[in-house]
Design a protein around this ligand. Structure first.
Ligand code: UTP
Length: 478
C-alpha cells in the first residue's frame, strides 16, 4: 500500500470510530495538514482505548463520579519509628533485614516524574528544579547522590528507575545524558514513559492542543504500575534480583529512598505494599487518610472522610484518624507482577485543570480557570490489593517537603527551608553549634550531602569532619 493510501485508510478507520462518538471535530483541519502532522494525529488517535473511555466519558467527564462510598472505615494500625513495648525484637530484626536487603541489591529506587507540574509552573521537568539551598543541586541530582551514597555504604550497585511521560521524556533523558547520569552507570538507570489519556472539555469532547494534536495528559501516578510492566522495567528488576521497589515522587527532596527500618518492617511483616504516613496537621487537613476499610488498607481523600470521623478522638483525646499519606511506598516486585494482569485497572479520578486548546476557528487559548477534565489513576489505590500492608509513621519535618506550588506552602522556598531546618537539627543532635536568630531560625544556609550523612545517626558518626558554623555562612558539607 502506498503511504498515501495507508494514511487515507487509517483516516477512514479513525473516522468510523470517532463519528458515532461525536468526536470527528479532531479532523477539522485535516485538509490543511501535511503528511507528518496527519500521521502524528492518527498515531495519537489510534492510541486511545475507546472500550475504557466510552464509559468514563459518561461517568467521569460529562457527569461527576459518585463520591467515595467506602464503608466500615476504621483507623489503620500504624508502626511508630521507635518500637512500642514488646516490639523491640521485631525492630532489631527489621533493621538488620532492611540493611541486608539493600546490601544484597534487592531494592531499587523508583521515582515517578511524569507529572505536568502545572501548579509550580517551572519550564521543564520538575526533577530539573535546583532544589539545594547551597550547591545548586537539582532534584534528580539529589536523588542520584542518595543512590550513590547508599550504594557505597552497602557496597552494592543500586538501580534507579524513573518514570517520565511522553511530554517530558526526551528532555529528561537529555538532561541525564548531559550530566553523565550523575556518576551512576547508564545501565543502572532506566527511564521510561507512562501512558497518556485524552483531555476533554466538560461536554466530553476531546480538546485540541493544536490543529494536528489532540490534548493528552499523563494517566496519573497510578499509571506507573502498568508502565513498569509495559516498559520492561519490571522484567529488568526480576533479572537483577530486585525484590522491593522503593517508590517516591520527584518533588520531595527530603525522601529517604533506602530506609532500612521501613524496608525491614515491610519484609518482617510479610507486606506486599507499604506506606509511610505522618500525623495530620489538623483534623481536616487536605491529605489522603490512610485507613482500614473492610479489612483492607486504603487511602480516603480528605473530602471523602466523613467529618464526624475526621473529628473523632481516642479515649486519651488523641486524633483517631491521624495517618496522612506521604506518597512514599514500598511495593514488592512479585506484587506488581501479580496484580497487573490483562483486566487490571485502578479506579479513575476526575481532575479539572487548565489546558491550552485551539477553538473551532483555530485560535489558541490558555484560560485562567480550569477548562479541561483529565482522568488519572493514583498509585495508593493499589493498597487494598495488597494482602498485607505495613504502615510506618514518620516525622514530617524529617521526610516530607514536596514542591507543588510556585510560592507559599509546599513551594521551592519552603522545601529549601525544610532542608536547612533538618540539617540544623541533625547538626545539633551531633553536638555541633548552629547559629540561630533571636526567634530560633537557622542563621545560616547549610546542606548535608548524602555522601556525608543520610540521617542523624550517620552524621553523629561523621561529626569530626564538620567545620565551625558561622552566622550568615553558606555550607555544603560533603
Ligand atoms: P502531583 O499530583 O503533585 O502532580 O504529582 P504534578 O504533576 O507534580 O503537579 P500538578 O498537579 O500538575 O501541579 C505527584 C507525583 O506524581 C508524579 C509527579 O511527577 C509527582 O512526582 N506524577 C503525577 C506522575 O508521574 N504521573 C502523573 O500522571 C501524575
Amino acid at each position: 500500500m502506498t503511504n498515501d493510501n495507508n494514511i487515507q485508510t487509517r483516516h477512514r478507520n479513525a473516522l468510523d470510530q470517532l463519528a458515532p462518538r461525536g468526536q470527528e471535530h479532531v479532523f477539522r483541519w485535516w485538509d490543511d495538514l501535511g503528511d507528518v502532522d496527519r500521521i502524528r494525529l492518527l498515531n495519537d488517535l489510534e492510541s486511545i482505548n475507546w472500550t475504557v473511555l466510552d464509559e468514563l466519558i459518561t461517568t467521569h467527564v460529562v457527569a461527576r463520579p459518585d463520591s467515595d462510598h467506602t464503608t466500615d472505615i476504621r483507623p489503620a494500625p500504624v508502626h511508630r519509628q521507635t518500637p512500642d513495648a514488646g516490639q523491640e525484637q521485631l525492630y532489631d530484626r527489621a533493621l538488620k533485614r532492611g540493611r541486608s536487603l539493600i546490601s544484597q541489591g534487592k531494592v531499587a529506587a523508583f521515582t515517578v516524574a511524569g507529572g505536568q507540574g502545572t501548579r509550580l509552573g517551572f519550564d521543564g521537568p520538575k526533577g530539573m528544579v535546583e532544589v539545594s539551598p547551597v550547591g545548586e543541586r537539582t532534584l534528580f541530582q539529589l536523588f542520584a547522590d542518595m543512590i550513590v551514597a547508599a550504594g557505597r555504604r552497602h557496597d552494592v550497585t543500586l538501580p534507579w528507575y524513573v518514570m517520565t511521560s511522553p511530554a517530558n521524556h526526551d528532555e529528561t533523558l537529555n538532561y541525564f545524558s548531559s550530566q553523565a547520569f550523575f556518576g551512576l552507570r547508564e545501565q543502572d538507570v532506566r527511564l521510561f514513559p507512562q501512558a497518556m489519556l485524552p483531555v476533554f472539555d466538560r461536554s466530553g469532547r476531546i480538546l485540541m492542543a493544536d490543529k494536528h494534536l489532540i490534548a493528552l495528559a499523563p494517566d496519573g501516578h497510578g499509571g506507573s504500575l502498568k508502565a513498569l510492566v509495559a516498559s520492561g522495567a519490571l522484567s529488568d528488576m526480576q533479572q537483577r534480583g530486585v525484590e522491593v521497589i522503593s517508590y517516591f515522587q520527584v518533588d520531595n527532596p527530603l525522601v529517604k529512598p533506602f530506609d532500612p527500618l521501613f524496608l525491614g518492617l515491610h519484609a518482617e511483616t510479610g507486606s506486599e505494599m507499604s506506606a509511610k504516613v505522618t500525623p495530620k496537621a489538623h483534623d481536616l487537613e487536605r491529605v489522603g487518610n490512610v485507613c482500614m476499610s473492610n479489612d483492607r488498607v486504603r487511602v480516603i481523600e480528605y473530602s471523602d472522610l466523613p467529618e464526624e470521623l475526621a473529628h473523632s478522638t481516642n479515649t486519651d483525646g488523641s486524633r483517631k484518624f491521624d495517618a496522612a499519606n506521604l506518597a512514599i511506598h514500598l511495593l514488592n516486585v512479585a506484587f506488581v507482577d501479580r496484580v497487573i494482569g490483562q483486566a487490571f485497572q485502578l479506579p479513575y479520578h476526575r481532575a479539572e485543570k487548565v489546558a491550552t486548546y485551539v477553538d473551532d476557528t483555530g485560535d489558541k487559548h490558555t484560560p485562567e480557570k480550569p477548562n479541561a477534565v483529565k482522568l488519572e489513576t493514583f498509585v495508593f489505590d493499589a493498597l487494598p490489593l495488597a494482602d498485607k500492608t505495613l504502615i510506618l509513621e514518620v516525622d514530617r519535618a524529617e521526610e516530607f517537603a514536596p514542591i507543588k506550588n510556585a510560592t507559599g506552602d509546599d513551594s521551592l522556598a519552603s522545601a529549601k527551608d525544610a532542608q536547612v531546618a533538618r540539617a540544623c537539627r541533625w547538626l545539633e543532635d551531633s553536638g555541633v553549634h548552629v547559629p540561630r536568630t533571636k526567634d530560633g531560625q537557622p542563621d545560616l544556609s547549610v546542606v548535608i550531602a548524602p555522601s556525608l550523612a543520610m540521617d542523624a545517626n550517620e552524621l553523629r558518626a561523621a561529626s569530626d569532619h564538620i567545620p565551625d558554623l558561622r552566622s550568615g555562612g553558606w555550607y555544603l558539607l560533603e
